[in-house]
Design a protein around this ligand. Structure first.
Ligand code: ADE
Length: 250
């Protein structure tokens, strides 16, 4: 069995575990940049578990035809349940989340909660999906990263992990840059400018050169509100009194 729980002698770090049929897709892009540096520094750890290691019989099949007919194949509950149970018994940490377009849309608030915990265990489906009974019996949370269909949960898992890992203490240098970013106040981010002061005939907004930090702060707030109102009216109820959309924020 090719997992690395037993080799892990480092102090507790945020522990990510991914159950997948394609373990070589991990850490993939998470080995680069911020997440990659944090992985090397053992701020977090990543263990990918091959679901196929828990297959039964000489053919080792992990999927089967859907009862009731229909296209595609369904991941078997017995194989997946065994993979989940064995992985948790070896030290994987919950919540256990199945990535699926049927899941609850992933929001920054849930990312913050996941990041604030001790880790996460992610299940990546392929085929048409996984047998419903294992989701019920193991009380598995279902999350979607958007209203489109990926060919499997792996890329969704990478996205969720990237979002969570960058919030771990010590991963992003300036805490300030986390506080100011999109979704932190229920708003999208204000626009940014840097050198050169003039680019293709366009100037940097004068106020940003004024050195008046109070006026800059309120200009940025107004810009953030304008962008949010124009692009994502669904986000702004409760944040802006003049928002066209009055639905409660999720
Ligand atoms: N698996 C396939 N599509 C997905 C999506 N949009 N979100 C999460 N997991 C998925």
């Amino acid at each position: 069995m090719n997992d690395n729980f037993t080799q892990n002698t480092t102090p507790p770090s945020w522990r990510a575990t991914v159950l997948t049929l394609y373990p070589d897709m991990f850490p993939g892009p998470l080995n680069e940049a911020l997440a990659g540096r944090a992985l090397a520094e053992q701020i977090w750890s990543l263990n990918s578990v091959n679901i196929r290691d828990y297959a039964h019989g000489k053919h080792g099949s992990v999927d089967d035809q859907p009862f009731g007919g229909g296209p595609g194949m369904v991941m078997r509950p017995d194989v997946l349940a065994e993979a989940i149970d064995a992985t948790l018994a070896k030290g994987a940490i919950g919540p256990v989340i199945y990535l699926t377009p049927r899941g609850a849309p992933l929001k920054q608030a849930r990312v913050r909660e996941i990041s604030a915990g001790a880790g996460v265990t992610l299940i990546c489906g392929r085929f048409e999906g996984v047998d419903e009974r294992v989701l019920e019996s193991r009380n598995i949370e279902e999350i979607s990263i958007g209203d489109y269909v990926l060919s499997g949960g792996e890329i969704a898992a990478l996205a969720l992990l990237d979002a969570a890992v960058r919030l771990l203490p010590g991963v992003v240098g300036a805490a300030e840059s986390l506080r100011e970013e999109s979704f932190e106040h229920g708003l999208l981010e204000y626009p940014h400018y840097t050198r050169p002061r003039q680019f293709e005939g366009k100037d940097v907004p004068e106020i940003l050169l004024s050195g008046d930090h109070e006026r800059i702060r309120s200009w940025r707030r107004a810009e953030a509100e304008k962008t949010t109102r124009n692009r994502r009216a669904d986000l702004c109820a409760g944040t802006m009194s003049d928002c066209v959309n009055t639905r409660a924020r999720p």
